[in-house]
Write a protein that binds this ligand. Structure first.
Ligand SMILES: O=C(O)[C@@H](O)[C@@H](O)[C@H](O)[C@H](O)CO
Length: 341
């Protein structure tokens, strides 16, 4: 288990320097601006160049998360044109394999992550995001975010339909991913509510549902979970996180987003590590003891005094924040203590 600088939207000298100053040896990129995607897929040459750039900075590129929403929304919704998007998704997977990038995170949240507040008051006045189902009818505070599809859901999508669309996606892509040596990693639905948001049902909303996703993948070595500890904490706090680890096992967890919240659905707010639902040392120890050997990223973090709002500003200037340095330093301390166990 290793710590990686993750959820990077714009990889540049600033983010590379931030990683090195933190003593980190790897990075994970989040639908990065460094890749085009304008042809519907990522090309081998741009992928290889990006990996080589990271390595020339002394950083291993652990993986990518999320292709552009414009290239994926028909797949999630089972709409005409999904087969063309699947052809392009397979091209991206093949090109990632050829470029030596081993992990591609994905989600099936077709109206994307939903929050009702982006600048709620956290500890000491730090800015955190929050969700309250009672306010969800006012719309998604993240509607303008880069990964929220431009196209609204025009016909309600049921849970049964979302399960079928996910199965269709896995059947279409896993054989190619196995051949390419790339592992897909599913991010759970955030927030994990069992009512539709924006007209689409959410299905990856419980430990049992994540175990069902693993069953749908049929034991394929090209499928794993992107265990977002924050999203699972939203489901049911630390017990839910430990249950997911126990249900799937360490080898079916590709990597981990390590953040936390206070409260659980239908009402929660993001928070600093150590003040939320989970005990980070207990969860990290449980992951270690379950045989998890992948990477852990910092995900999104509170904005401390002087930090910018990283949902509104995805630049590297906003990314290299006090809140992120705190989260990473906290995790480094816990991991060091575990190593000394
Ligand atoms: O917990 C979350 O919702 C975040 O981690 C998401 O931003 C996530 O990283 C992706 O955007 C969904 O894959």
């Amino acid at each position: 288990m290793r710590l990686t600088l993750g959820h990077i939207d714009e990889y540049d000298e600033r983010t590379a320097t931030f990683a090195r100053q933190l003593g980190l040896g790897s990075v994970q990129l989040h639908n990065p601006t460094n890749l085009s995607g304008t042809d519907g897929y990522w090309g081998e040459a741009e992928l290889r160049a990006l990996r080589e750039r990271c390595e020339s900075d002394g950083l291993r590129l652990e993986g990518l998360e999320n292709v552009p929403a414009a290239n994926f929304w028909r797949i999630q919704r089972g709409l005409p044109g999904r087969d063309e998007q699947l052809d392009n998704y397979r091209r991206t997977v093949v090109n990632m394999g050829r470029a030596g990038i081993p992990v591609l995170g994905y989600h099936f949240i077709t109206t994307y992550v939903w929050r009702t507040r982006l600048r709620a008051a956290g500890r000491g006045g730090a800015l955190v995001t929050a969700f309250d189902l009672a306010d969800a009818g006012r719309g998604n505070a993240l509607a303008a975010y880069k990964l929220t599809p431009d196209e609204p859901v025009t016909e309600p999508i049921t849970a049964e339909q979302m399960w079928a669309h996910h199965r269709y996606f896995l059947d279409a892509v896993l054989p190619v991913a196995e051949e390419a040596g790339v592992r897909l990693a599913l991010h759970p639905d955030d927030p994990p509510v069992d009512v539709p948001l924006g007209g689409a049902a959410r299905i990856f909303t419980s430990p049992a549902a994540l175990a069902e996703a693993a069953r749908q993948a049929g034991g394929s070595p090209a499928w794993g979970l992107d265990l977002c500890v924050g999203t699972v904490s939203e489901m049911g706090g630390e017990p839910a996180v430990l249950e997911v680890v126990d249900r799937l096992g360490g080898d079916r967890i590709s990597y981990v987003h390590f953040r936390d919240v206070r409260g659980t659905v239908p009402r929660f707010a993001e928070c600093f590590l150590g003040e939320g639902n989970i005990s980070p040392p207990r969860v990290l120890r449980h992951l270690r003891d379950a045989g998890f050997t992948g990477f852990v990223i910092d995900d999104h973090v509170p904005a401390m005094v002087g930090d910018r709002d990283t949902w509104a500003d995805t630049s590297s200037e906003a990314y290299v924040s006090r809140g992120r340095a705190h989260a990473l330093g906290y995790l480094q301390g816990v991991l060091a203590a575990l190593d000394a166990d």
